[in-house]
Design a protein around this ligand. Structure first.
Ligand code: AMP
Ligand code: ZN
Length: 142
């Protein structure tokens, strides 16, 4: 389940070096090579899946467990005040490496960064009826 053209699969296979901070049979985590903050860490399933939708639920749960534990370790390691934990899930959301990965980005008081609310474009002005319609659609397709 490895993709020869994928940079993260090459890290999993040991063909590209990484600053690995965690590894088990299913998941791996390493420091981002172009960090947004000290301690910026990426958590991945070892198997090649492009987006979250492609990841089997059991694997997703395992990866989230690793993300949850490492979020604490990373913040303690760099003495952070907080962290943004997020996935760029798909190209339109800014995903550049097509092997699903969660970012742990340590944050510091007055670091000049933005909250996750800043990632999307123009805010839509939705009516209550439109919110109902969207909620119903999510409910029926879940
Ligand atoms: P995304 O835009 O969510 O796909 O983020 C991809 C991330 O992978 C970026 O933050 C890159 O800095 C990081 N990255 C790319 N190549 C490597 C690599 N060889 N080792 C570690 N991180 C990498
Ligand atoms: Zn891959």
């Amino acid at each position: 389940m490895s993709n020869d053209d994928c940079i993260f699969c090459q890290i999993v296979d040991g063909d590209i070096p990484s600053h690995t901070v965690f590894e088990d049979d299913t998941a791996m985590a390493f420091l981002d090579a172009n960090p947004l903050a000290p301690g910026h860490t990426l958590v991945i399933p070892k198997a090649h899946h492009e987006t979250l939708e492609d990841v089997p639920e059991e694997t997703a749960a395992h990866v989230f467990g690793v993300l949850h534990r490492l979020n604490t370790s990373v913040q303690h390691a760099v003495d952070a005040d907080a962290a943004n934990v997020a996935f760029n899930d798909g190209e339109a959301a800014g995903q550049e490496v097509p092997h699903v990965h969660g970012h742990i980005i340590p944050r510091f008081d007055a670091d000049g960064g933005s909250p996750i609310h800043a990632v999307a474009g123009q805010r839509p002005d939705l009516t209550d009826a439109e919110l109902d319609e969207i909620a119903e659609e999510i409910h029926t397709t879940r």
